[in-house]
Design a protein around this ligand. Structure first.
Ligand code: NAI
Ligand code: SOE
Length: 389
């Protein structure tokens, strides 16, 4: 059996998730399509690269990511660096002809995402973008139910992705709050997952009408601020904030359905809440990641005196079920879902078939196209169309 030797660029939060997911792959997805080796890790902070090598079990480490891509002992590239460096790294990986997994969003600009997508299309190598929520068993089941016609014609898709970590004037500047680095705020950071889920479950967007705002317009700058850590740090200065702290938008899908999106990183009561409802002519679905292992289904065709939501508990008979646990309702963890997403990437690399990934660079480009349209709509206070390319 082949061994796919992974080169990981970035040694932060997502490096931990991806490394654990890749290590667990052959145990959850057995027999594996290929063996996976954590071969080399790179980070511009060489101390983190060296630490990551020891912590996750990589064989080598590099400070220079271009050297990692060029190594003869690296077969596939996994990009888990911040948004603004995805473009150059993905282009270099594609140029090397090696399969590449890039975390979302594909780029911090629409132009960068389009350039990467077009390069992947001509390079004809396996390419995937990190939209792991597609691989939540309940979400995949929702897709199967919608595609089978069980909900009939889809009328409305309502979704929210809400967090609270950005609340407070003392939360320091970090790349997720810097428009030049991240490309957007809540919109690209968390709502892009909801955008991708909407495309996955309902279809492409025709046009959007948006409203967004920056709530805290100036933040303290301190040494090496890390997401979520609220430790007091020495304030070195202040930086203007231009990212969206909250965003709301309406969508008209190309199939005529309507979408209602809300996303904020200023939402007390939500540490990391992603939920959606789908309303159709024959029924409805409800999901929240706060009950990751459940999908609520309402059949509009039940006898009128017996209608109501029923709670479907995910188990071995559901998507990815046999890869996880033999009885229902034992739950999955964050790394398990990334492992499910990685299983598609590993299979695609092993079979050299770009169509086997879960979300591709095309999906990553489409999400960036929608992010750009939402930003334009909010700026110009009008509906903005999205080309169906
Ligand atoms: P992080 O800030 O924790 O780690 C990024 C690492 O990249 C840092 O160690 C930094 O030193 C390194 N780095 C920065 N510039 C570099 C360069 N030029 N060359 C080499 N290394 C460089 O970031 P985090 O939270 O891991 O996010 C990484 C990416 O993953 C982001 O694009 C984010 O949007 C995405 N993400 C996706 C999630 C998902 O659910 N799919 C969840 C969290 C993040
Ligand atoms: C921070 O808001 C974050 O880590 C996002 O960057 C991820 O995409 C999201 O899945 C979880 O929250």
């Amino acid at each position: 059996m082949d061994t796919i030797r992974i080169g990981m660029i970035g040694a932060g939060f997502m490096c931990k998730l991806h490394s654990i997911a890749l290590k667990n792959y052959p145990m959850y997805f057995f027999p594996p399509e290929a063996n996976v080796a954590l071969q080399c890790i790179a980070d511009s902070n060489v101390r983190l690269a060296e630490e990551g090598m020891a912590r996750y079990g990589y064989k080598e480490y590099e400070e220079d990511w271009t050297k990692l891509i060029a190594r003869g002992d690296v077969d596939a590239i996994d990009i888990v660096t911040p948004n603004w460096v995805h473009r150059e790294m993905a282009l270099e990986a594609l140029k090397s002809g090696k399969p590449v997994f890039c975390e979302k969003p594909l780029s911090n600009t629409l132009e960068g995402a389009r350039e990467v997508y077009e390069a992947a299309r001509s390079a004809r190598v396996v390419n995937a973008v990190g939209y792991n929520n597609r691989c939540i068993p309940a979400v995949t089941l929702a897709k199967q139910m919608i595609e089978s016609g069980q909900l009939g014609e889809i009328y409305t898709f309502r979704t929210q992705y809400m967090q609270d970590w950005a609340i407070g004037e003392d939360v320091p500047m970090e790349w997720r709050l810097d428009i030049d680095k991240a490309g957007s705020g809540a919109l690209g950071d968390i709502c892009s997952h909801a955008i991708d889920l909407a495309r996955y479950l309902v279809g492409n967007f025709a046009k959007v009408a948006a409203k967004s705002r920056t709530i805290i317009k100036k933040r303290p700058v301190s040494e090496s601020a890390v997401l979520g850590l609220k430790k007091k740090r020495e304030v070195l200065g202040y930086q203007e904030v231009k990212v969206d702290d909250e965003v709301e938008f309406l969508v008209e899908f190309t199939n005529g359905a309507t979408g209602i999106f809300t996303s904020s990183r200023f939402a007390y009561g939500h540490k990391n809440t992603l939920d959606f409802e789908v309303y159709g002519s024959r029924g409805a679905l409800k999901f929240t990641n706060e009950y990751l292992w459940e999908l609520q289904y309402y059949s509009g065709t039940d006898p009128e005196d017996r209608q109501g939501y029923k709670k479907i508990k995910m188990g071995p008979m559901h998507p990815y079920g046999m890869s996880f646990w033999p009885i229902a309702d034992l739950g999955v963890g964050y790394a398990d879902l990334k492992c499910a997403e990685m299983s598609h990437f590993i299979e695609a690399v092993s079979k050299k078939d770009p169509f086997l990934v879960s979300a591709s660079f095309y999906d990553g480009y489409k999400a960036c196209q929608i992010i750009d349209a939402v930003q334009r709509s909010a700026r110009e206070e009008k509906w903005v169309g999205i080309t169906d390319d």
